[in-house]
Design a protein around this ligand. Sequence first.
Ligand SMILES: NC(=O)c1ccc[n+]([C@@H]2O[C@H](COP(=O)([O-])OP(=O)(O)OC[C@H]3O[C@@H](n4cnc5c(N)ncnc54)[C@H](O)[C@@H]3O)[C@@H](O)[C@H]2O)c1
Length: 437
Amino acid sequence: MNTPAEIIPAQGKLGVLLVGLGAVSTTFIAGVEAVRKGMALPIGSLTQMGTVRLGKRTEARSPLVKDFVSLASLDDIVFGGWDIFDENCYEAARTAGVLEPALLGQVRPELERIEPWKAVFDRQYVKRLDGPNVKKGKTKRDLAEQVREDIRKFKADHGLDRMVMIWCGSTEVFMTESPAHKTLDSFERALEANDVSIPSSMVYAYAALMEGVPYANGAPNLSVDIPALMQLAHDRRVPIAGKDFKTGQTLMKTVIAPGLKARLLGVAGWYSTNILGNRDGEVLDDPESFKTKEESKKSVLDYILQPNLYPELYENLCHVVRINYYPPRGDNKEGWDNIDLVGWLGYPMQLKINFLCRDSILAAPLVLDLVLFLDLARRAGLGGIQEWLSFYFKSPMHAPGLYPEHDLFIQLMKLKNTLRFLKGEDLITHLGREYYD
Ligand SMILES: NC(=O)c1ccc[n+]([C@@H]2O[C@H](COP(=O)([O-])OP(=O)(O)OC[C@H]3O[C@@H](n4cnc5c(N)ncnc54)[C@H](O)[C@@H]3O)[C@@H](O)[C@H]2O)c1
């Protein structure tokens, strides 16, 4: 047994700050309200329905995750958020069109109470969107101050004990690290100078960290994953995680690819295409936002298949990813994958996957788990990058010099071992010699 970490118990209310009250956020909020009322099950949420095995296989100890570690109760969660549109959360959920009107009707008063605060927004970073509910400020530093005030007011108004912020805003354009991102000092000077290399998402991330609020990025754009903000999170012991929720096609990729590699089956090509008709699809129809997504989706196979270690099997893999905006489908994305495999003696085979999924239905439970686990991390004194939350992301954040772990099963093992570690339980290695000695 290890020594358990000191974890402050989850007492009092937990505020959830959502940047963007679109399809994912409203599906998450309405879902939590429905679960609270006993109208539905939180399917897809590890914190609510998952178990964790403890000790030997003969001990039959597999408590629910939420009974094993101290997590905030759903009844203690309070929601708030920003959006460039001023519709309340009920209206936004109707616009998103993910959940049925009958279900939304049953949580309508709770959703109507959530009115979005004015957003930090600049069309330069999301070309296909514009809206009226936007903050004004002379500099990006002023805007960050306004976000900090929103956070403090939310805390005071609701008597909150702790908070977590999740970026569920639209995907911003593709950006790379710039000199302004290097240190906190250069970042703050850039805020003051309205430097173009600071997109809106970084303004929110900075405000969250300055207020001691954990931050996760659900979208693929560059945000908290720059040296200045990673250092700030580390120094202030504030947990951060990201990026890009791993939901549909990439989730399947990180399930199938480790299996093919485990059997040393070669992959000559992997062609992935999607049709998607929600606002996210519309934003991704802009080539600059799509590039951000494409980079995030494409890196997965390289890391899982390790062509450097298995050149004969994966070196020439042709990986193509397409997303086509197709309004009739709304949030009900359809993805097709064609995988050209190579087997014994070089004989070709094919595998086809057709996933008729629902984007926000897959994403909502991830938001819930991230909220609860980031809050746990904060109470357990874990600051900076939370690599054990890689399980939830297409492009997991990791320490400099490491490669990210993309294999879903390794990610799950890492997550559960982290919970065991925090509670002082033995880590599970799956060696299993003791049953035969
Ligand atoms: N649904 C999924 O499966 C999934 C998976 C991975 C990543 N994502 C990402 O999650 C994000 C949310 O997805 P969605 O389907 O809810 O999209 P959406 O378009 O329905 O919602 C995004 C919301 O963010 C708002 N917004 C944009 N910029 C903002 C800003 N600067 N401040 C405040 N609000 C802002 C928009 O007005 C919109 O209401 C997107 O970036 C998407 O790429 C979603």
